[in-house]
Design a protein around this ligand. Sequence first.
Ligand SMILES: Cc1cc2nc3c(=O)[nH]c(=O)nc-3n(C[C@H](O)[C@H](O)[C@H](O)COP(=O)(O)OP(=O)(O)OC[C@H]3O[C@@H](n4cnc5c(N)ncnc54)[C@H](O)[C@@H]3O)c2cc1C
Length: 406
Amino acid sequence: MKKIKVGIIGGGAAGFFAAINCAEANKEAEITILEKSSKLLSKVKVSGGGRCNVTHACFNNNELIKNYPRGAKELKNAFSVFSTQHTTEWFKQKGVQLKTEEDGRIFPVSNNSQTIIDCFLHEAEKNKIKILLNSPVLRIKKENDKFILYVSDKELLFDKVLIAAGGYSKADSYDWIKGFDHEIISPVPSLFTFNIPQSKFEGLQGIAIEKGSVKILGSKAEQSGPVLITHWGLSGPCILRLSAWEARAFHSSNYHFKAFINWIPEFNEEKLREVFIKYKSEHPKKFVVSNPLFNLPRRLWERITEIATIEYGIKWGDMPNKKINKLLEELIRNSIEVKGKTTFKEEFVTCGGVSLKDVDFSTMESKKCKGLYFAGEILDIDGITGGFNFQAAWTTGYIAGKAMAV
Ligand SMILES: Cc1cc2nc3c(=O)[nH]c(=O)nc-3n(C[C@H](O)[C@H](O)[C@H](O)COP(=O)(O)OP(=O)(O)OC[C@H]3O[C@@H](n4cnc5c(N)ncnc54)[C@H](O)[C@@H]3O)c2cc1C
């Protein structure tokens, strides 16, 4: 085994995973994690509401990549090396019991992210990985096959270096990486909820629809899934997915766009019209407003009928076609105007980062600089919520760790 010095920039999920896997593959490697702050694994700590959603129970890589608005193509090969199944086995081997929730999200049985942190710290100690806190890397230089890392007032020398510094919100924060001619895709936020000032649904906060669908006007973007009405607009998995897939487009529009909600996506206009005609003839004496259809929550149904200008005492038998059309419109093409965004429980991720075309995904080595590697959110990779972002960190960290060990 080669005696090598490996420097890992970033004491987060990807950095630790790479460091541990590198150390296990090469017992002679001298590995140092350099963390700019005074805390290690701080995002792991707050992740998943303090429970750490480590991965997702999606064990088919063709399905798995569908959860990555950016990076799907490159991750496909990477997942063939280390995927969700490997993640669960890895943690199990290290003594961390995991559980899968109904929606597929996987958490430690302890429901405490500290379990994951303790596991990493224990493995790091066992493998004699050095950790330097308060050590921001300000610049990297390569000289005679060695990397010089400029860390505050020190210069440290390494044979191989991994950049696992996470995502930055500002483009100029990436300047220290650009040195080797790496292209940086400008960062914009992903995973946010929609602000709808003067929303038609004001006062209905807390109402959740199990399956709605939202389409963006003037684009092909459409997602379906749970929709939640909030104080400020809309949230829920359907909205978060849209925010991730359309992160760049929404940013360009300054988060100002029109959208349509279909509260009952299992119906199109034709089918819904048939249902209404049948209902009208079978239940002419039933009041429209006070008898919610399609299992919609009563308060939401009442608001929709109010927007469709259906008076309280009107019965189905007396519904004029004009009102039926209006109700139909409000149910399947309810228009909303989004003006601004709110970060979802602070669980934002960065869309953008080091361009994937500059990285060899079989090793995570830079194509522009031999011996320099990338892993985690520093790359132009991001997933939707559900454990997919950590999975990308584990996968890229694992591949980089093993490749650096050689
Ligand atoms: C609140 C919150 C909750 C989340 N919950 C989940 C979840 O449950 N499941 C999921 O899959 N994803 C979740 N995510 C996303 C996930 O946390 C990230 O995608 C993941 O942490 C990325 O790992 P990373 O190692 O690449 O970056 P990070 O975890 O951000 O780690 C990077 C580290 O590098 C350090 N660093 C940066 N620059 C330098 C420098 N120049 N020198 C030295 N050190 C540096 C940083 O201080 C940081 O400690 C959540 C994100 C947030 C913000």
